[in-house]
Ligand binder design. Sequence first.
Ligand SMILES: [Zn+2]
Length: 572
Amino acid sequence: MRYTQYFLPTLKETPGDAEVISHQLMARAGMIRKVAAGIYDYLPLGLRVIRKVENIVREEMNRAGAIELLMPAVVPGNLWEESGRWQEYGKELLRLKDRKETNFCIGPTHEEVVTEIIRGTVNSYRQLPVNLYQIQTKFRDELRPRFGLMRGREFIMKDAYSFDVDDAGADISYEKMYQAYRRIFERCGLKFRAVEADSGTIGGTSSHEFMVLAETGEDAIVSCDSCEYAANVEKAELNAPVGDAPAPSQPLGKVATPHLKSIEDVARFLKEKPSTMIKTLVFQNEHDEVVAVLLRGDRKLNEVKLCNFLGCNHLQLADEAQVRKTTGAPTGFSGPIGLSCRVLADQDVAVMSDFGLGANEENFHLTGANYGRDFQVEAFVDLREAVAGDDCPRCTGKLEIWRGIEVGHVFKLGTKYSETMNATVLDDQGKERILVMGCYGIGIGRTAAAAIEQNHDGNGIIWPMPLAPFQVIVTMLNPNDESVFTAGEKLYQDLLDEGVEVLLDDRDERPGRKFKDADLLGIPLRINVGARSLKEQSFEFQERRSGERIMLPIDGAAATIAEQVRTALAAG
Ligand SMILES: [Zn+2]
């Protein structure tokens, strides 16, 4: 592609509403253009990236035995009424009426449509398993669409639906998709983790979220440095510490700690570390049940774990009045000794001794406290949030903490839709069975955006080779110089002959401007064709990621570059 003949409207200024880096860079690099809130044009350069993601997804889905079809974007409302979602789904569902006043919606997902296909065509277990997928434009009327393609209202998604005669079959279908997803994101050249996840509102028993790692990610996740274990921070299980608490060696003492409320302030005053102290948090749940929770001073409570243990839906730190009522002192001086409410302790507390804690008396703390001798607890429970360096719950590895962007999910869906929509087959005994479903999504545009969140610097995008809109950019430093024009044109043709995707920057612009644009677009390999290097029979060759420049002999340059492209694609 010649730049002068291409349609590539780059922007100098970042659009005012672009909050995240991928949105900013996609807009500036001329990949997308906003049409309305959460609705974008995919401009030619952006579409090239979208197609790359789609192709990788399509190849791996096909390889895993899934079959592509295309379902309608506009879905009759009666199908959604049948599943019950017409009423359940909120305003995110874009509902509309046709000229006959019949209800329709723009599908945000297609469980109903695909289930209708299967129940109308499949009636024997011999026709199963089947896994149907599509790559389709979808719509979800988000209240606050933002972040460009990361959370648009209209979006391109790959969604797949598997149908099996029983649970065991559904497990196999799920595992195939899980492995296909791993290959997809590996082939995209992205760093990612497959995180064990809650199934959320869609309903189901087993699910994983595929997260692209990026500092700007909205979810905190943990993963093991040596096995495949990964989980949302809220869900990360932690091992109980090994061993017993050392025997008490100090008597219980009382110290005045006027106006010292935070664990850090009290520890500093006592010349201790927060990790040798206990903090006591008082919570109340929706049943007005009050519970005190003991944590090592430097640990953070994981409220989801506490909620799960208590079997409640909602939990909040007790207000000042409740703390005073429970402990007899204001917030900041709570401790377990003498409390009459339920007292739980994080499992780390079980191996501590001679620690400081609140005295349940304003402006006082206790020192030399010991579990057993001075107070009891109802139970030691895994209640804290995981931190980097914690032991993996599955192996001997250590946990690492990341931020991630969800780009794909696999759900074992069960019979939620097949049951309400009556999708059954006859099994090998001639008995009617409700189909067991799985559903599997990948946000195509979101994957492209997440790739940018993971791969960029101050100058622009740094595409992984498999997703790059062009693999190589050939920059003619001065196309008006005949030797430069001729050499650049020849290199361009040679690279095309090698099957390389090339953008030839043949614009009559200053070299500085061209370099800036090349950095912004993020094309992985750049060749500068200039009069000076041509005199030495060479091109200047630069990698976008490392910024490293080397001189490349003109002879065999195209073959060398093509080889490098192939190597990078294979590595992705
Ligand atoms: Zn592990």
